[in-house]
Design a protein around this ligand. Structure first.
Ligand code: ATP
Length: 201
């Protein structure tokens, strides 16, 4: 029997309903067994706004609690040195049944930028990509699929979900200004942010 596992990588700084909605929709539409959320390590390429990887991990853990087909892995935050998605898929493959197909979930913005990712062809050979629509970059996504030719057509799948024009960037700004983020993030995450005085100016 073959297995279908979703991988959802992100900085989740902080996690919000945009992330949770696309993960649930991908699970349902593609008949995935489970989704593994993988918070990224702290990297010099992306400003983490002084929120370290363990805090981001904890917010994801709280956000997915109670959903039996969601889980979390520290695989990237525990890895030494630079972390590439292709290494993560390889490592997960070693731990899973040989008949496992991996589906990497990402927003259109991220998938459209695939030509700029390191080891992108290896990655497309190693897993499917599920591109969750986000208001930006739709035309660029079509170009990206064409860029990879047959591989792109076979491996880049699109997911239709209601588009939620929110991002961690917007929420960080609102949190810093004391604007309510209720209903845009799970209550448990809002509580954690308050208790640890995160995202304050
Ligand atoms: P930031 O604003 O800090 O860049 P983000 O909100 O894009 O963060 P990430 O943790 O970087 O969140 O995103 C992880 C993945 O989730 C990315 O592939 C991103 O495209 C996707 N994603 C985030 N928010 C949404 C959304 N509202 N709709 C669809 N996809 C999303």
């Amino acid at each position: 029997m073959s297995h279908k596992i979703g991988i959802f990588g992100g900085s989740f700084n902080p996690i919000h309903i945009g992330h949770l909605v696309i993960a649930e929709a991908a699970w349902q539409e593609f008949g995935l067994e489970k989704i593994i959320f993988i918070p990224t390590a702290d990297t010099p390429q992306k400003d983490m706004h002084n929120i370290d990887k363990y805090l981001r991990y904890e917010m994801v853990r709280l956000a997915i609690a109670g959903n039996d087909h969601f889980s979390i892995s520290p695989i990237e935050i525990e890895r030494e040195g630079i972390s590439y998605t292709v290494d993560t898929i390889r490592e997960l493959r070693e731990r899973c049944d040989v008949n496992t197909d991996f589906y990497f979930i990402a927003g259109t913005d991220a998938v459209a930028d695939l030509p700029e990712w390191k080891y992108n062809k290896e990655l497309l050979h190693a897993c499917y990509f599920i591109s969750a629509s986000r208001p930006e970059k739709k035309e660029k996504l079509a170009k990206t699929i064409a860029f990879f030719g047959e591989l792109g057509k076979e491996k880049i799948l699109t997911l239709k979900t209601p588009e939620l024009a929110i991002s961690s960037t917007i929420l960080r700004d609102w949190l810093a200004r004391g604007v309510s983020t209720r209903y845009l993030m799970p209550d448990s995450v809002i509580q954690f942010i308050k208790e640890h005085h995160l995202y304050r100016r």
